[in-house]
Design a protein around this ligand. Structure first.
Ligand code: ADP
Length: 520
C-alpha cells in the first residue's frame, strides 16, 4: 500500500488522512490504466469482466458498458471460448497454472468478428476476499507479420544458397568456416560437416594456405583489401588432393556485431583450359603464318634469282639462232630455216615467261607504296595507254561514275586495271564490245569491278585462271599472253589485304570484282 511505504517524518504527508492517500493512489492507478498502451482487463474468478481500460476498448471494439459484467469468453473465438470456463475453474480448484504469471500467445476476437493474435499475461490478485485476475494483452499482428517477412526472406536466402551453382562459403574473422552450400560440398568433395568449424585454409594448396592467416589478420587490423569486393583468380584444393583454378569474390558481412566474410567460388578449369587451347592455337597459327611468309619470301627470291640467271643463257640461244638465220640461211633448206624460225619464236616466248615470273616475284618482294590514290586518274591513264588497242578492236569503255580516292599502291593498282581491261578487250568476239569499270561501296571496303560482254569463262575454269601460266585458249586466237596476268593481279590484291573473285557466264560476259583492304 502506498501510504505504508511513504517516508516517515515527511512534513507534507504526516497530517494527511488515510482516506485522502487512498484516493490519490486510486487516481494514480486509474491514470496508468487510462494511458497504458496495452489492453488491461480485470475479471473475477467466474470470468466476469470487472473493468477494461481504453486500450482494451480500442483493441476489441466494444464500449466499456458492452463488456463489463459479461463473461470474458466473449473476447475469444472458438475453441478457446469453450475451453475457458473449465480452464478457470480448474485453476481455482487445483491451483494448476496454465497462463497465470507465464504469458503466452492466444487469439482475440473483436466485436466485428475479426480475430487477431495477441500476447496475454495474466496475474492474480486479491481484493480483500475476492480473487481477481488481470490480463494484459497486446495485438501482435505487426510483430507476427514482421516475423513472417523475416522467415520468408530467410527461406528465400536459404533457397538461393541451396540452389546456387556457385560454391558459397562463409567464414568468421579467424578464417573458421561457418557455413557452406551444396555446391561447395560438390566442388571441394567434402560433406558440409567436414568443413564447418575448420579453417578455410583446408581448401587452399600451398603457398596460399600459409599466406591466408597473415592476409586475414592484416585485413582485420589494417583494413587493407586484397580480395574483398574485388574478386580474383586463385587456386582451390579438393579433398582428393587435386587443385583447380577458381574465381573468388569475397564480401564482408556484419551480423549481430560480428564480422563475417562470404566467398563465392566458381571453378574455372574449363574456361582456363579453353583459354589455353585458344592461346596454343593462336601461337601455332602465328608460327605457321610466319613460316608461310618465310617460304613465300624464299620462293619469290628463288623465282627472282632463277629468272635472272635463266635470262642470260636464253639470250645466248636467241643470239645464236638469229646469227644462224642471218648468216647461214643460204646453206639451210626450207625445213631447216622453218625450224630456226620456230626456235627464235620459242626463245622469245621463253623470255616473255621469264619476264612474267620476274614481275610476279617482284610484286611479292617489294614493299607497297601505300598512299591516297585517286583511282579515277589511275584508270584514265590506263585507258589512255590502251587507247590504240581499244580503238582497233572497237571496244567501248564505260565508266558510269568517277572512281573514289582510296589508300593503295598507285602503280600496282594501275597494273591491276591494265591487266583486267586488256583481258576484257582481248577475250571478246562480239560485234559491239564494251568494258565497264565501276565500284560498289556498301559498308565494307570499296568493291571495284571490271565487267565485259565477252566470251565468258566456264565455271569449272574459274579457279584455274588465277594460276600462273594458266591459259584457256590456243595462243593465237585472242592474242598471245603468258597466262601470268591474273596471277599477278591476285598477288597485288592480296598484298593489299583484299580479295578478288570472278562471276562469269559463257558467251554473255565476265565480271572481275576485287577489294584493296581487308574485310571488316
Ligand atoms: P593471259 O591473258 O596472259 O592469258 P591471264 O592470267 O590474264 O593470262 O588470264 C588467264 C586466262 O583467263 C586467259 O588465258 C583467259 O583464258 C581467261 N580470261 C582472263 N580474263 C578473261 C575475260 N575477261 N573473259 C574471258 N576469259 C578471260
Amino acid at each position: 500500500m502506498a501510504h505504508d511505504q511513504r517516508p516517515s517524518g515527511c512534513p507534507f504527508h504526516e497530517s494527511r488522512p488515510a482516506e485522502q492517500a487512498l484516493q490519490e493512489s486510486e487516481a494514480r492507478t486509474r491514470a496508468i490504466l487510462e494511458t497504458a498502451v496495452d489492453a488491461i482487463i480485470t475479471i473475477d474468478e467466474h470470468g466476469i469482466i470487472d473493468s477494461v481500460n481504453p486500450a482494451a476498448v480500442r483493441l476489441f471494439g466494444y464500449t466499456t458498458e458492452e463488456v463489463v459484467g459479461r463473461n470474458v469468453k466473449m473476447l475469444m473465438p472458438s475453441p478457446y471460448r469453450e475451453e475457458h470456463d473449465e480452464y478457470l475453474s480448474n485453476y481455482v480448484t487445483t491451483g494448476r497454472k496454465k497462463i497465470i504469471g507465464i504469458g503466452r500467445e492466444v487469439v482475440g476476437l473483436r466485436k466485428d468478428g475479426s480475430t487477431f493474435p495477441m500476447h496475454l499475461a495474466v496475474s492474480e490478485l486479491w481484493l480483500g476476499p475476492r480473487r481477481m485476475f488481470t490480463g494484459i494483452t497486446r495485438d501482435i499482428t505487426p510483430l507476427r507479420s514482421a516475423m513472417q517477412r523475416l522467415q520468408d526472406s530467410e527461406a528465400r536466402n536459404r533457397a538461393i544458397l541451396e540452389t546456387a551453382v556457385d560454391a558459397i562459403i562463409t567464414i568468421d574473422e579467424h578464417g573458421t568456416i561457418e557455413s557452406v552450400n551444396p555446391s561447395a560440398e560438390r566442388l571441394f568433395g567434402y560433406p558440409s560437416a567436414d568443413m564447418v568449424g575448420r579453417n578455410v585454409k583446408m581448401l587452399m594448396p600451398s603457398p596460399y594456405r600459409e599466406e591466408h592467416d597473415g592476409y586475414l589478420h592484416n585485413y582485420v587490423t589494417t583494413g587493407r583489401k586484397k580480395i574483398i569486393g574485388i574478386g580474383r583468380e586463385v587456386v582451390g584444393l579438393r579433398k582428393d588432393g587435386t587443385t583447380f583454378p577458381m574465381d573468388l569474390a569475397v564480401s564482408e558481412v556484419r551480423l549481430e556485431g560480428r564480422r563475417l566474410f562470404t566467398g563465392i567460388v566458381r571453378d574455372v578449369s574449363e574456361r582456363k583450359a579453353a583459354e589455353e587451347r585458344l592461346h596454343y592455337y593462336a601461337q601455332e597459327l602465328q608460327e605457321r603464318n610466319a613460316e608461310l611468309l618465310r617460304s613465300n619470301q624464299e620462293l619469290d627470291d628463288f623465282a627472282y634469282i632463277a629468272s635472272h640467271d635463266l635470262k642470260e643463257p636464253l639470250r645466248g640461244i636467241h643470239n645464236y639462232a638469229t646469227f644462224l638465220l642471218e648468216d647461214y640461211a643460204a646453206r639451210l633448206d626450207e625445213e631447216g630455216r622453218g625450224k630456226l624460225h620456230t626456235l627464235t619464236y620459242l626463245t622469245q616466248r621463253m623470255d616473255a615467261f621469264i619476264d612474267s615470273l620476274l614481275e610476279f616475284s617482284r610484286v611479292g618482294r617489294l614493299d607497297l607504296a601505300i598512299q591516297e590514290t585517286d583511282l579515277d586518274r589511275v584508270l584514265a591513264d590506263v585507258v589512255d595507254s590502251l587507247r590504240i588497242g581499244l580503238d582497233e578492236r572497237g571496244v567501248e569503255v564505260r565508266i558510269p561514275r568517277p572512281l573514289p580516292t582510296i589508300r593503295c599502291d598507285r602503280v600496282r593498282v594501275g597494273e591491276i586495271f591494265r591487266n583486267l581491261v586488256t583481258n576484257a578487250m582481248k577475250y571478246n568476239d562480239k560485234p559491239e564490245k564494251w568494258v565497264e569499270v565501276g565500284f560498289d561501296d556498301g559498308g565494307g571496303p570499296v568493291v571495284l569491278y571490271v565487267r565485259d560482254n565477252g566470251i565468258g569463262i566456264r565455271e569449272k575454269h574459274q579457279d584455274a585462271i588465277f594460276r600462273i601460266f594458266k591459259r584457256l585458249h590456243a595462243r593465237d586466237k585472242y592474242g598471245g599472253g603468258t597466262g601470268a596476268g591474273l596471277t599477278i593481279v591476285k598477288k597485288i590484291v592480296e598484298r593489299h589485304g583484299g580479295r578478288i573473285w570472278v562471276e562469269s557466264t559463257p558467251d554473255v560476259g565476265t565480271t572481275f570484282r576485287f577489294t584493296l583492304a581487308p574485310d571488316r
